[in-house]
Design a protein around this ligand. Sequence first.
Ligand code: LLP
Length: 438
Amino acid sequence: VKEMFLGNDTVEIKDGRMFIDGYDAIEIAEKFGTPLYVMSEEQIKINYNRYVEAFKRYEEEAGKEFIVAYAYKANANLAITRLLAKLGCGADVVSGGELYIAKLSGVPSEKIVFNGNCKTKEEIIMGIEAKIRAFNVDSISELILINETAKELGETANVAFRINPNVDPKTHPKISTGLKKNKFGLDVESGLALKAIKMALEMEYVNVVGVHCHIGSQLTDISPFVEETKKVMEFVVKLKEEGIEIEDVNLGGGLGIPYYKDKEIPTQKDLADAIINTMLQYQDKVEMPNLILEPGRSLVATAGYLLTKVHHIKETPVTKWVMVDAGMNDMMRPAMYEAYHHIINCKVKDEKEVVSVAGGLCESSDVFGRDRELDKVEVGDILAIFDVGAYGISMANNYNARGRPRMVLTSKKGVFLIRERETYADLIAKDIVPPHLL
Ligand code: LLP
């Protein structure tokens, strides 16, 4: 029997066991230890190519460039960023750290954009020195700092403007960004965005290149993207009327992935059709811009699995608890957003049962799944938590003095360790005991 999982093209159940990129998950877990992140190189390639294929039409019909700038916040492991850079993918960075990784990964400067609402002077210097494609400016205060910093360096900085379009992305409130009440972007309706751009045009050390927008993450409905594209293009038309021409439109990230395996959601192709058709409606009014997208989740989430071992099983009057060695410090999404992640037992059993899967941290929210039907779980079994390739390791921490887990990459060339487990010594490496306490 070959069971398939929505979004996870490189996983299969064969001979009663789970395989990732053709490798037996249980064997990988035994070899590298648990908890263990597994990233599928093949799945990342598939996801990236889906964007390239779907948006080819834009390059053909608009005659302009299309750039995928991978949102490093999703997973900035060097092997992953290097893989994407080698495929030709750009980078969306939000910190000096991410810019450092993008450069180290060999991403060309014209494919790097810098986001964030509180860029420091140090980060602005790094961006200017790296000659990035654009800073996505989030405030007038930031614009002034970029201009001053560029002046000091004797350079010109490329700036795009993040607008706040007031569009409801219909996703989890904690990952909505394009509503008036959110902290991000320059408001369009009140004229703030236009004011900032006009200010920039008067400045000597900045070069106005584009308009940027990002309305939220894990969008499972295409209509907010259409609304966003319209608002951005209407703003571009408005700029043209003011005599201002821009080269780039950046529509951010946000395409969701099928966390629930029984519910299809829009694909890269659906997204491309909606965005391209909307953009092309403005062809008579303005010259078509280059198109940039900043996907994070939809490139890497479905490539990642967290393998974790069952250490204890406990039955309470209401719940059968399965205690595993991964915890909310390794993968925060369920605790932080009540996010659903599919879980399976890597070994198929004849019997199924309903259990709740919990980590070992001293927090009641440290639960990966409640009341899930799994193949009968026994101590020693390996469970796989799906779709953790994005916002998994990147949000992991050391709470409860737990070292962050190892990570491996499965590929046609073999299974490679791409991140070492943190040791006890790593946990205290940055702590300093003052002399009087020695
Ligand atoms: N561009 C900007 C400006 C962003 O703020 C984000 C995500 C992205 C692109 C990438 O969005 P994506 O394609 O991944 O949806 N930790 C949360 C997600 C936070 C997303 C923050 N911004 C989670 O685990 O769901």
